[in-house]
Design a protein around this ligand. Structure first.
Ligand code: ATP
Ligand code: MG
Length: 205
């Protein structure tokens, strides 16, 4: 039987990418037996439109540095190319059309589960791809329960079906930006090449 390739998509702002992203991607790769994880930086994230993001070019460059040389990881600039607000459903439809032979999964951190009901066409999205949720420290264990989500019962069941406990790394981009602003070191929290890029380009000052 022919093996269909299964690719996990990890969307985010990656402002900046950190080791929590790489480790959750590895956890998902192994737990869901993915062939690859594709990191997908959002051009304009639907839920962060009130925040000023670092330029697309810088976020893409940092992400490429963060995953360089890591087996099974790749970066796609598809949402930058498309431009505008980056809705996941649009991305999935576009990728399914481009690569009909691939099975797609969408990877989220557990903090994203409670806001899924605000996503564009979430019921359709859950029909088109498997959702993989990776545990994130600080997230209440009740978010795993379908009844805690503001989704239809069939969507809530699909959204909570694939739970990945993983390494549970409590790193966030918000914390890294705050540390840079305060002049605190970030070397152990991001890939060294990303730390060097942030320093060189005076980001997050
Ligand atoms: P910010 O603090 O700016 O929101 P972030 O660290 O949450 O940044 P995002 O780019 O928002 O990073 O995250 C992209 C995806 O990765 C989201 O689904 C998020 O839940 C998940 N994620 C990020 N960091 C972790 C982590 N340490 N553990 C598990 N999931 C994570
Ligand atoms: Mg986030």
């Amino acid at each position: 039987m022919k093996h269909t390739r299964k690719i996990g998509l990890l969307g985010g702002t990656f402002d900046p990418p950190h080791l929590g992203h790489s480790i959750m991607a590895l956890d998902a790769l192994e737990a869901a037996e993915l062939d690859q994880v594709m990191f997908l930086p959002a051009a304009v994230p639907p839920h962060k439109r009130d925040r000023v993001l670092t330029e697309a070019g810088d976020r893409l460059a940092m992400l490429n540095l963060a995953v360089a040389g890591q087996t099974g990881f790749l970066v796609s600039d598809l949402e930058f190319q498309r431009g505008g607000v980056s809705y996941t459903i649009d991305t999935i439809r576009q990728l399914r059309e481009m690569h009909p032979e691939v099975t797609w999964a969408w990877i989220i951190g557990a903090d994203t589960l409670p806001e899924l009901h605000t996503w564009k066409e979430i019921d359709q999205l859950l029909d088109l791809c498997e959702l993989l949720t990776v545990y994130r420290p600080g997230v209440d264990s009740t978010t795993r329960e379908p009844s805690s989500l503001r989704l239809s019962s069939s969507s809530a069941e699909k959204a909570t079906r694939h739970w990945i406990q993983g390494h549970g790394i409590g790193i966030s981009s918000t914390d890294i930006r705050a540390r840079v602003r305060k002049g605190l070191p970030i070397d152990s929290l991001v890939n060294p090449a990303v730390a060097a890029y942030i320093e060189e380009h005076h980001l997050y000052r």
